[in-house]
Design a protein around this ligand. Structure first.
Ligand code: GAR
Length: 211
């Protein structure tokens, strides 16, 4: 059984996709041991509560220094003894010590086809006047392992999504979630839970036998 801790900051639709996929058997051999939010008002915490999952809030604002937050955050994560940490819209930069300790045991969902539209200080689709920069026609989402860089870790799954001419940022963001994020994040967790994923020379290899 893969024990996962899910880190969130906002609405938690990706968390919901994971909960639903566990409930309907799309994800097997997996249990959510905790939902951790840096935002006490995050609707994701409500979603956890509704499903009887432990939810906690820990935020840098509660601490005098970033260092003390980092220490407390790592202690909190350690306390759940999770096999996998899932960043599902978690908008806090992880302490480096945690990335080292949990190498290849932290995954993130990012709303673009990495390496397009990623990097420091950038979260979400990079939209300008209602469409992706320079009129990009295809976007999507990526699930990747987290390393010391920003959106630079080994890629596990990607799903493209078409951009329509009259898309608003909201319409496009919703399509990326529906057609990509809510599918590939549960799928990646299921692959990991069933030991189908390994990292070799910085690249993810998926065992496709018996899929
Ligand atoms: C999702 O679109 C996710 O890809 C994005 O935040 C949103 C969270 O939505 N994550 C990032 O931008 C991280 N770089 P949710 O709370 O409804 O799951």
């Amino acid at each position: 059984m893969l024990n996962i801790a899910v880190c969130v900051s906002g609405g938690g639709t990706n968390l919901q996709a994971i909960i639903d996929a566990i409930d309907d058997g799309t994800i097997t051999n997996t249990r959510i041991v905790a939902v951790i939010s840096n935002n006490s008002g995050a609707y994701a915490l409500e979603r956890a509560k509704k499903h009887g999952i432990e939810g906690v809030c820990i935020t840098p604002k509660q601490f005098e220094t970033r260092e003390s937050f980092n220490r407390a955050f790592l202690e909190k994560i350690d306390s759940y003894q999770a096999d996998l940490i899932v960043l599902a819209g978690f908008l806090v930069v992880l302490p480096e010590i945690m990335i080292k300790k949990y190498r290849n045991h932290i995954i993130n969902i990012h709303p673009s086809l990495i390496p397009s539209f990623c990097g420091t200080g950038y979260y979400g689709l990079k939209v300008h006047e209602g469409v992706l920069e320079r009129g990009v026609k295809v976007t999507g989402a990526t699930v990747h392992f987290v390393d010391e860089g920003t959106d630079t870790g080994p890629i596990i799954l990607q799903q493209p999504v078409m951009v329509e001419q009259d898309d608003t940022p909201q319409v496009l963001q919703r399509r990326v979630m529906e057609q990509a994020e809510w599918k590939i994040l549960p799928q990646a967790i299921d692959l990991i839970a069933n030991k189908k994923v390994s990292v070799q020379n910085g690249k993810v290899i998926i065992d496709t036998t018996c899929l």
